[in-house]
Write a protein that binds this ligand. Structure first.
Ligand code: PNS
Length: 169
């Protein structure tokens, strides 16, 4: 971990957050209990596909959901995560791991990020309650009529309801 003993240990929790789920919120809460400061960093242009929620919506939904966590801030970044974590002087990157397949991709990403920036990644195991919950699945079942209130924070549900259906059937 970067930073000498006694220094503030700042963590960056990056992601697409399209949208944030209860699983993401759980990782943020647990990271906030371990690190002095946690910066939730929303990637502007996710690699996988165009985001359904705008950057402003994604940031606002997270900000409302973490409002009571005083050592958590929310921002966004463009380009390389490695450049972002260096620019904010982060000690670590935090990533949640839900299932074994997450580990396979996250491992090489973590090693690349450490090679590029010198910043290590700390993996946080997902709470079993949320290990099957992903932004993609939440959007899919919601579009097909499911109640997703169990899987997303209230602020996210509110925005989702204002958009129903999330995409044309
Ligand atoms: O929510 P996700 O999809 O797990 O988040 C992925 C994210 C945003 C952390 C990852 O795609 C990322 O870091 N993107 C920034 C571009 C980058 O640095 N790519 C190289 C990673 S080694």
């Amino acid at each position: 971990m970067n930073g000498a003993p006694g220094q503030i240990h700042a963590a960056v929790y990056p992601g697409s957050f399209d949208p944030m789920t209860r699983g993401h919120l759980d990782v943020i809460e647990r990271a906030a209990a371990v690190f002095d400061k946690v910066t939730v960093a929303v990637v502007v242009n996710p690699q996988k596909s165009a985001p359904l929620f705008t950057l402003d919506e994604r940031e606002a939904m997270i900000r409302e959901s973490v409002a009571t966590l005083k050592n958590v801030e929310v921002t966004h970044f463009r380009g390389l995560l490695a450049d972002f974590v260096k620019s904010v002087g982060a000690a670590v990157i935090v990533k949640g791991l839900r299932v074994v397949s997450d580990f396979e991709s996250e491992m090489s990403t973590a090693l690349m990020n450490r090679s590029l920036s010198g910043v290590d990644t700390v993996f946080m195991p997902s709470d079993p309650r949320w290990s099957f919950v992903s932004s993609t699945l939440v959007k899919e079942v919601y579009n097909l009529g499911a109640d997703v209130s169990e899987y997303v924070p209230p602020a996210v549900l509110h925005v989702m309801q204002s958009k129903r259906p999330l995409r044309p059937a």
